[in-house]
Write a protein that binds this ligand. Structure first.
Ligand SMILES: [Zn+2]
Length: 215
């Protein structure tokens, strides 16, 4: 097992576990929302070939193109929060895949806290009116709403019953922005091996955008 730390973007091999299964994390962008060079902070998680974007920001097209991936390579998307540098590429994914009937809908993993606002405040304007029809979020994505304190075994994400991956994904809510009246949360993810293996990476935490939250 080894770790490689890219300066810009690249692939970090997380671990090699049973059956030769490899879980990979690719840093698609390491910049802020305003970066012109390093792309916005979005990631690609590869669970034994199942490719899940961890956030899908406005410049995801270019970030993916740089690692030789396109919209048809995506199996799932996890959304941490509703800033455009994390969701601004969703309309691009939605429309491309809607018109490509040869591929299944992209799985969209999102907290129950965010799902209604994602549609009504962010995507509805561009996606609801279709020639001859009114569409909703479920017409574009296979929406998987994650309840509070929900945990999803990775093998379920990949689509198999047998727990051959041995990892669980749990959203972790933090405070991103506080208006004084309302909290804008962000949902990072905790990847946990469900049976700890000595001398191996057993936990990976990706915070997404957050502020210092000591309690
Ligand atoms: Zn943000």
């Amino acid at each position: 097992m080894g770790w490689e730390y890219p300066l810009h973007y690249g692939t970090i091999r997380i671990s090699k576990i049973n059956l030769g299964v490899i879980m990979k994390l690719t840093v698609l962008g390491a910049g802020s929302a305003f970066s012109m060079i390093q792309y916005q902070s979005n990631f690609l998680l590869d669970f034994d070939g199942y490719k899940m974007l961890f956030d899908c920001g406005s410049d995801i097209r270019w970030a993916m193109h740089d690692v030789k991936l396109g919209v048809n390579d995506i199996d799932g998307i996890y959304i941490s929060h509703l800033h455009a540098d994390h969701i601004g590429g969703l309309e691009w994914v939605a429309l491309n895949r809607f018109f490509n009937k040869s591929l299944p809908k992209v799985d969209l993993y999102i907290s129950e806290y965010l799902v209604d606002d994602l549609w009504s405040d962010c995507l509805k304007g561009g996606l609801s009116t279709y020639q001859g029809a009114v569409l909703g979020l479920n017409d574009y994505f296979n929406v998987i709403v994650i309840p509070e304190n929900g945990t999803i075994p990775l093998h379920k994400i990949v689509g198999l019953d047998h727990d051959y991956l041995g990892w669980d994904l749990t959203p972790v809510q933090t405070v991103h922005v506080m208006s004084g009246y309302k909290i804008m949360p962000s949902f990072g993810i905790l990847l946990n091996r469900n049976k700890e293996i000595k001398d191996k990476v057993n936990t990976l935490y990706i915070t997404a955008d957050t502020q210092y939250s000591p309690y």
